[in-house]
Design a protein around this ligand. Structure first.
Ligand code: BEZ
Length: 258
């Protein structure tokens, strides 16, 4: 959960673990792509409450976890005190040639300065080290965000593209930035991953947990009104057989430090 350029820390780590554990559950697939070996030194960038770092540690990896949310890091340390967890920003990791791999799940879409993040990741890796990441790709959760923006405008609240809280690139946009940072891109994929949101309040919970930055200038009543209208309008699109499904689209990349 990295959020460069933000000042306050809005993350509720307990709620995150209760309602959104799917984020790290999907990350298990990415660990397969990482193919960690015993004894490797690996950085989990955007470790959240630490579940994937714990999995890596259980597999014999010498893991460190960083996140720019101090709430997330406090929760991770409480759950797994044996693991090194630190508050750091993706654009300024402060490591030099320390890691065999940098691993990042569901984080880099929060970082709107991708060049700085890639340069910092590159610096952190040993020569021949690998960067393995998955995050939101072009079109990610677009049905939801377009509806929320539409409702903001209906309420007379302006929303310009630079207020959009996320960076969702295509692989055509991201791979050249990786090359510019010095990586050899050996894998890149962009795919749909429809994601079930638990329960009748699943969409509301998702918007409240992840979409908070879209409501920075909005009072609580207006925000609730917008979410209720968005739920009503999206029911015919994202609700089926008693469950909400968010239109997640992911990109996955692997880069090697040459
Ligand atoms: C994502 O994992 O794709 C995501 C999560 C929260 C907000 C936006 C995107």
């Amino acid at each position: 959960m990295e959020k460069s350029q933000r000042t306050k820390d809005p993350w509720n780590a307990t709620l995150y673990d209760q309602n959104h554990s799917f984020v790290s559950e999907y990350g298990n697939d990415l660990i397969e792509l990482l193919a960690p070996k015993q004894g490797e030194k690996i950085l989990d960038l955007g470790c959240g409450t630490g579940d994937l770092a714990k999995k890596l540690s259980d597999g014999g990896v010498d893991v460190a976890g960083v996140d720019n949310s101090s709430n997330m890091i406090a929760e991770a340390l409480g759950k797994y005190p044996e693991i090194r967890f630190l508050v750091r920003d993706a654009t300024d990791l402060g490591y030099s040639a320390e890691f065999d791999a940098v691993f990042s799940n569901a984080t880099l879409h929060w970082v709107k300065q991708p060049k700085q993040a890639l340069s910092s990741i590159f610096q952190s890796l040993k020569p021949k080290g690998r960067f393995v990441a998955e995050f939101g790709g072009k079109g990610n959760v677009q049905t939801i965000t377009e509806e929320v923006i539409h409702q903001l405008k209906e309420e007379g609240i302006s929303h310009s593209p630079d207020q959009f809280p996320w960076y969702f690139p295509s692989i055509g946009e991201y791979a050249p930035l990786m090359e510019e940072a010095g990586f050899k891109v050996i894998f890149a994929q962009h795919f749909d991953r429809p994601t079930p949101l638990n329960g009748e309040d699943g969409l509301k919970n998702w918007i409240e947990m992840f979409g908070g930055y879209m409501f920075e200038k909005v009072d609580e009543d207006t925000k609730n009104n917008i979410i209720t209208k968005a739920e009503r309008n999206l029911k015919s699109v994202l609700w089926e057989d008693g469950s909400w499904t968010a239109d997640y689209k992911r990109i996955r990349v692997i880069g090697i430090k040459e």
